[in-house]
Structures are given as structure tokens and as C-alpha cells.
Ligand binder design. Structure first.
Ligand code: NAG
Ligand code: NAG
Length: 202
């Protein structure tokens, strides 16, 4: 038992320096990446949300502004998709008995959110095929992404417009809050896209 412990200690003491330095390297890389994400997020309207939604991808993002923008678009896409599914579920329920205005507002919201999903998906595809910064094609591609992400933001904004005419409907507040939340992710992604486009065309 004692010799086993000694053998373990021996192994432990002799292996930790190597382990330690490997840990140190990957920790510095990740911490640089999270610093980079934090700094980049400070240029968005919702910096805390930006950081908390992207820091989990630090390893993939590293300190690459294109990957950062692409990841933010991906996060915004998954939020918009989830919202579309939520609204679609609600509208199925609301078709049975709720205020017809609530039902109409939900259908409009679903259609707007669906458009937003298409536009964000198109942006993500474009980011995946992005050419090197500085060229005319790069400007063209980034212009597309900026246009589509702005359109998505507008669609998400108009999603809940129809609810202004809906009186007492128990889910009204929930739907509007969730739509406002999705909008924050899209706004952040657009801000990161804009700052990358600006840097890459100078
Ligand atoms: C991380 O940052 C430190 C200090 O800023 C720097 O010396 C190091 O090279 C960076 N490491 C990577 C992997 O970027
Ligand atoms: C929508 O409804 C389906 C089926 O009931 C359910 O599995 C899914 O989680 C719901 N999605 C949302 C976002 O509420």
C-alpha cells in the first residue's frame, strides 16, 4: 500500500510539470479568446448578453472576428427558429377559442419570424463562403449579410406589432418579451457583422 502510494506520488510529481504547462497553454489561449470576445461585445447594444452567449464558443472563435460574427449569427438563428416554433405552437392552440385578434397576430408574428429565419440562414451561408477581406467580392458578400441581418431585425420588430390591438390575452406579454429577447441576439450579431465589415474593407 505504502509503495503504491509512493509510486503514485513519484508518477504524480514527475508528470505534473508537463501536464501543468499544457494546461497553462490552453488556458491562456482560451482566456485570450474570451478577452477578445468581451472586447468585441462591448461594441454591441447588449454586451453582457453578447458575451454570455458567445464565450462558450471561445475555442472555436479564437481571436477571429469573422468566426465571431458567424457564431453570433448562428446563435441568433437558433433563437429565431425556437421563437418561430413557439409561436407556431401557440397559434395552433389559439385557433381554438382565443380572441380572433390574438390568433391573427400570432399568424402574422409566425410569418415575420419565418422570414427572419430565412434571412439569418442566408447570412450564415454567406459567412461560410466568405472570401478574404479587402476584395470587391468581400464587400459584396458583407453587404448582403448586412442587408439580410437588418431585414431580419425589422421582421422580428414587426412580429409583435399586431398584439397592440389585442386586449386581454394571457400569453400576450410572454410572446412580446420573447420576441424582444430574440431581437437582442440579432441586433448583437448585426453589430459584430458591421464592425467586421468595416475592418475588412479598410
Ligand atoms: C495570449 O496573450 C498573452 C499576453 O497577452 C500573449 O503573450 C500570448 O502569446 C497569447 N497567446 C495566444 C495563444 O494568443
Ligand atoms: C412545440 O410543440 C412541440 C410538440 O408539442 C414540442 O415538442 C416543442 O418543444 C414545442 N416548441 C416550443 C418552442 O415551444
Amino acid at each position: 500500500m505504502k509503495s503504491l502510494l509512493l509510486a503514485f506520488l513519484f508518477f504524480y510529481l514527475h508528470s505534473t510539470p508537463a501536464l501543468g504547462s499544457a494546461d497553462y497553454d490552453s488556458t491562456t489561449t482560451v482566456s485570450n479568446a474570451t478577452d477578445f470576445i468581451r472586447t468585441s461585445c462591448s461594441a454591441t447594444l447588449y454586451p453582457d448578453l453578447c458575451y454570455s452567449s458567445l464565450c462558450g464558443y471561445a475555442n472555436a472563435i479564437q481571436q477571429d472576428p469573422a468566426r465571431l460574427a458567424r457564431t453570433a449569427i448562428g446563435v441568433s438563428l437558433s433563437r429565431a427558429r425556437h421563437m418561430a416554433a413557439f409561436v407556431s405552437n401557440l397559434s395552433r392552440e389559439a385557433d381554438y377559442g382565443a380572441d380572433p385578434r390574438a390568433s391573427a397576430a400570432l399568424h402574422d408574428c409566425f410569418s415575420n419570424m419565418g422570414d427572419a429565419v430565412d434571412e439569418i440562414r442566408g447570412s450564415l451561408d454567406q459567412m461560410r463562403r466568405l472570401v478574404a477581406p479587402g476584395s470587391e467580392s468581400f464587400r459584396f458578400q458583407m453587404g448582403n449579410v448586412q442587408t439580410w441581418m437588418s431585414a431580419a431585425l425589422t421582421d422580428e420588430e414587426t412580429c409583435t406589432d399586431g398584439f397592440e390591438d389585442v386586449g386581454e390575452w394571457p400569453m400576450k406579454e410572454t410572446v412580446c418579451e420573447r420576441a424582444a429577447n430574440v431581437k437582442k441576439f440579432t441586433s448583437n450579431a448585426l453589430a459584430l457583422v458591421n464592425s467586421y465589415a468595416e475592418k475588412g474593407t479598410n
